[in-house]
Design a protein around this ligand. Structure first.
Ligand SMILES: C[S@@+](CC[C@H](N)C(=O)[O-])C[C@H]1O[C@@H](n2cnc3c(N)ncnc32)[C@H](O)[C@@H]1O
Length: 221
């Protein structure tokens, strides 16, 4: 049923080595991440969280929270658990929590593909710039589906490969380099949606020509 590049090149579950290499890459980024990426990532993070319709008391999982670019946007009336594989990224995230007294946000060091959370622990899940970073995005989405309540909201901000054939060809060529620097550039949006089993209610880009999509979905279990 799924015979495209995605299926051939994404190994189920990923490996220990892949996780160790991701940890190393993001340890390297941690000191410069905000300076390099905030200007690109923050506008979409802000937009996506603002439109999540977060209710008082909602339990929210921020998957691969990184340095916590999202943290200032979550309203104080919800509770957020941010998880990440990289201790160094989490250290930066902790600084933001302390400096801004964000007592509604807690952090845990975890592999998002195999978390320790009980089933149905979260009302909403936010995943920004992570599905193309983990070794197995479909294992990630199974885990997200398990820990999110049935009918809960899953919001994703991510780069997917372009539908423009020229750009798609370039993305395919640069994918090996992208993987070395921390993400893949060749994920197909439609295949991701099909295989993740999410019921996508809205999907769009903030600008007509943009690198990143924003998806608002429901966890149908
Ligand atoms: C590109 S950053 C995105 C950070 C943040 N969400 C943002 O939008 O700025 C990717 C993050 O995913 C984390 N990550 C990668 N694989 C992971 C995994 N298996 N479990 C948890 N976090 C992971 C990395 O450590 C890194 O902090």
């Amino acid at each position: 049923m799924f015979s495209s590049n995605d299926t051939k090149t994404i190994r189920r579950g990923g490996t220990y080595l892949e996780l160790e290499s991701i940890k190393k890459i993001y340890a390297g980024y941690s000191h410069v991440y905000d300076a390099l990426f905030k200007r690109f990532f923050y506008p979409r993070i802000k937009h996506a969280i603002t439109y999540m319709d977060i209710k008082p008391g909602d339990m929210i999982l921020d998957v691969g929270a990184g340095t916590g670019l999202s943290f200032m946007v979550f309203p104080r009336h919800c509770r957020v658990v941010g998880i990440d594989l990289s201790q160094e990224m989490l250290k930066k995230a902790k600084e933001k929590i302390r400096e801004n007294r964000l007592d509604h946000i807690k952090l845990l060091s975890m592999d998002a593909m195999h978390t320790g959370f009980k089933d149905n622990s979260f009302d909403k899940v936010f995943i920004s710039h992570v599905v193309s970073v983990v070794p197995d995005p479909y294992r990630l989405m199974e885990e997200v589906s398990r820990v999110c309540k049935k009918g809960g909201q899953v919001v994703i901000v991510n780069h997917f490969k372009s539908r423009n054939k020229v750009i798609e060809a370039v993305e395919k060529i640069i994918n090996p380099v992208c993987k070395k620097i921390g993400w893949r550039s060749d994920m197909c949006l439609n295949e991701f949606i099909d295989r993740s089993g999410l019921h996508v209610k809205k999907k769009y880009m903030l600008k007509k020509l943009d690198f990143w999509h924003i998806l608002f979905a429901t966890n149908e279990k």
